[in-house]
Ligand binder design. Structure first.
Ligand SMILES: [Zn+2]
Ligand SMILES: [Zn+2]
Length: 69
């Protein structure tokens, strides 16, 4: 039985599969927690891939701008 191999969307490798998590937002990207640009020892557990994180940042900035108006 061969599962479709899950690779990290950042490094494109299987790497340490126990560090792979599925993004809570797009639900199809997987990423290593240690591959995140936003990774920090003190941050809350990462649940979003970097792609969605940057999108979320952009859209929340957009919302801020709109609210401020
Ligand atoms: Zn990775
Ligand atoms: Zn995502």
């Amino acid at each position: 039985m061969v599962d479709r191999q899950t690779v990290c969307c950042m490094c494109g490798d299987v790497g340490f599969s126990d560090k792979l998590f599925r993004c809570n937002k797009c639900r199809y990207r997987f990423q290593h927690s240690y591959c995140s640009n936003y990774y920090s020892e003190f941050a809350e557990p990462i649940e979003l891939c970097d792609w969605c994180r940057s999108e979320e940042r952009n859209s929340s900035m957009e919302a801020l701008r709109r609210n401020h108006h």
